[in-house]
Write a protein that binds this ligand. Structure first.
Ligand SMILES: Cc1cc2nc3c(=O)[nH]c(=O)nc-3n(C[C@H](O)[C@H](O)[C@H](O)COP(=O)(O)O)c2cc1C
Length: 220
């Protein structure tokens, strides 16, 4: 049967290129991002799927240097704690990693999840209450991919206590931070994940991750 819904080859290649060449970017140039580009990547984020069409996200655009310094200070505290959780050589290897670009990127975006949007009972969330969180994560990924297509780097910083983000960004009680993102132009997108390149963890072959019909069953 002819599939009339597929993209053209060139369009498919572009989609797979954005997916394959998306990177977590931690080194930024400081020049600003055009408003129309920012608008497009935010629109891509807002086109994400969401449980019951809840659209639980907000996008906090953070440019203010004072706010960013507070966030960076919170990162430094958490990162020092994180380092102590690793043993021996691993601790030194961790300390050598660059894991954020909070102050040097053009801007930061915090994507949040409003856990009370449209009330208590949401279609599809009735038995798995965390589905709103996952919906906001889908928005993160859309933004990340659209930014890659625009040549804009995005780096996710999760080494910050959620309660610090909550208080620094004055989030209401019902709103939780999902992703704190550094966003800006970069000199290069690495060809593979940096943590793979540095030997932090290996890439898992796809075939080892696929099971059929029940957990652990590898034959079709
Ligand atoms: C939920 C999540 C949290 C992350 N937190 C951090 C972080 O705090 N610092 C960092 O440098 N990278 C962070 N990353 C980026 C990952 O390290 C990166 O995605 C992974 O190593 C694969 O590399 P790639 O994104 O370049 O393909 C995070 C990624 C995800 C999905």
């Amino acid at each position: 049967m002819k599939n009339n819904h597929a993209f053209s080859d060139a369009e498919k290649q572009a989609v797979y290129r954005a997916i394959g060449q998306r990177r977590d970017v931690r080194r930024f140039r400081s020049e600003p991002i055009d408003d129309d580009i920012l608008q497009r990547i935010l629109q891509a984020a807002a086109h994400a799927p969401s449980v019951g069409y809840m659209q639980p996200w907000n996008f906090l655009i953070i440019r203010d240097a004072t706010v960013r310094k507070e966030i960076h200070d919170a990162f430094v505290v958490a990162n020092n704690e994180a380092k102590e959780m690793f043993e021996g050589e691993r601790k030194d290897a961790y300390a050598a990693l660059k894991l954020e670009g909070i102050t040097e990127s053009a801007l930061n975006i915090c994507i949040t999840c409003d856990r009370s949007r449209f009330g208590k009972v949401i279609l599809g969330r009735t038995h798995q209450p965390d589905m709103d969180l996952y919906s906001s994560v889908c928005a993160v990924q859309n933004l990340w991919l659209a930014a890659r297509a625009e040549g804009v780097g995005v780096g996710w910083v999760s080494i910050i206590k959620a309660e610090d983000l909550q208080s620094i960004l004055r989030l209401p009680e019902n709103v939780v931070p999902i992703a704190y993102l550094c966003v800006g132009y970069t000199d290069s997108f690495a060809s593979e994940p940096e943590l793979k390149t540095y030997g932090w963890l290996p890439e898992i072959p796809l075939e080892d991750l696929i099971f059929y019909d029940s957990w652990g069953k590898t034959k079709k």
